[in-house]
Design a protein around this ligand. Structure first.
Ligand code: MN
Ligand code: MN
Length: 365
């Protein structure tokens, strides 16, 4: 049994949970090593305190699941079979009563919940999500190695995108060029829809790239991430096209100062809130507090947003092994939008920055 399953089983014993029935691709992958996006079909992993766990997937994927290294039972079902009967059979072979089951309450839909209710009419259902978030929050050496690879590709993408900025090109021209270059390097998936935003568009933290042409004197914001072996990276850089004005420069310098301070503040033993506030105070003191409308950062791993959440109220303590983003921003409508985002890994000594594209303002001539 792998260590991740053992940790889940320990939690189940402590909480008298007879079965965990997990259904999200991310958590099934984390615990089983098998990743699939089954679309509307059912994917599930059933874990017991002592008995052998089993995986449920479409029968056409059973071979892939075995090849991924899952050595326990796999229940494959065809498009004309009812997987719930097979599931009930397999559970009954292992345990005789379910009084408490853990499910992913935020992920499971009502239809599946009702199926489980009919299988276990006397069970109460608790959420497995918080436990899995806490387990996934601390990365092992292998996970870190993969995330670092994903970060190196994100660095490359920003560098390539910056080199594509030219008079008359649009946001989408630059975006397409950088994603094409990534695909030529074998990248098949981005962590989220890539953002290339310029001028007034960059003043929206979650803007949508379009046909806006990049002009001299504009800032260009890149926010992107690359998926490697199911793990995400996430980087933001804001570069200048030609000379920018003093206001844009002041905003840039303020964000950079806040970002560097938050990296320095990131170490085991401090709270997530303290890290957020370190950056937030600098931005507020410079008079831009109302223009920094989001949290400082978020954990990342199999999902692009995971624990820890770096908000000004989260008292969670930073620990060795966490991977998270530090991404302060200032967005002044019609003036400028600047965000600088790095991914960091927490060691005993503090934060190691694992995205490496330069942060001194890059001026594209
Ligand atoms: Mn980002
Ligand atoms: Mn982010």
């Amino acid at each position: 049994m792998n260590q991740r399953l053992v940790k889940l089983q320990t939690w189940m014993k402590e909480n008298e949970i007879e079965v965990s029935f997990l259904t999200s691709s991310e958590n099934v992958f984390y615990l089983s090593g098998y990743y699939t996006d089954p679309h509307e079909r059912l994917l599930a992993l059933a874990v017991f305190q002592e008995e052998e766990p089993f995986l449920v997937c479409p029968s056409m994927e059973v071979h892939d699941a075995k090849r991924s290294g899952w050595a326990h039972e796999i229940i494959g079902y065809s498009d004309i079979e009812n997987p719930w009967e097979l599931i009930l059979n397999s559970i009954n072979k292992r345990i005789h009563k379910v009084s408490k089951a853990a499910i992913e309450k935020e992920h499971m839909n009502v239809e599946r919940y009702e199926r489980l209710l009919s299988l276990f009419p006397h069970a109460s259902f608790v959420s497995a999500e918080e436990k899995l978030r806490m387990l996934r929050m601390i990365k092992d050496a292998q996970e870190l190695k993969i995330i670092e690879e994903a970060c190196a590709l994100a660095d490359f993408a920003v560098q390539f995108g910056a080199s594509e900025i030219k008079e008359g090109k649009t946001e989408l021209d630059v975006l397409n060029a950088l994603e094409y270059a990534l695909k030529q390097k074998g990248v098949t998936e981005m962590s989220f829809s890539t953002m290339v935003l310029t001028g007034a568009n960059a003043a929206s933290p979650h803007g949508t790239p379009g046909g806006t042409k990049i002009k001299k004197g504009d800032l260009v914001l890149f926010d992107l991430g690359v998926v490697v072996d199911r793990y995400c990276s996430d980087i933001t850089r804001t570069v200048a096209y030609g000379d920018i004005n003093d206001k844009q420069k002041e905003i840039y310098d303020t964000v950079l100062k806040a970002q560097l301070a938050a990296i320095a503040a990131s170490k085991p033993g401090v709270s997530a809130a303290e890290v957020d506030l370190t950056a937030r105070r600098i931005i507020s003191d410079a008079g831009y507090g109302e223009f920094f409308p989001h949290r400082l950062g978020h954990g990342l791993g199999i999902s692009v947003h995971e624990y820890p959440s770096l908000t000004e109220t989260n008292q969670l303590i930073i620990e060795e092994g966490m991977v998270y983003t530090i991404e302060p921003g200032i967005y002044v409508p019609e003036v400028a939008g600047v965000r600088i985002e790095d991914d960091v890994y927490i060691t005993a000594d503090g934060a190691k920055v694992i995205t490496n594209f330069p942060k001194e303002l890059q001026i594209i001539k």
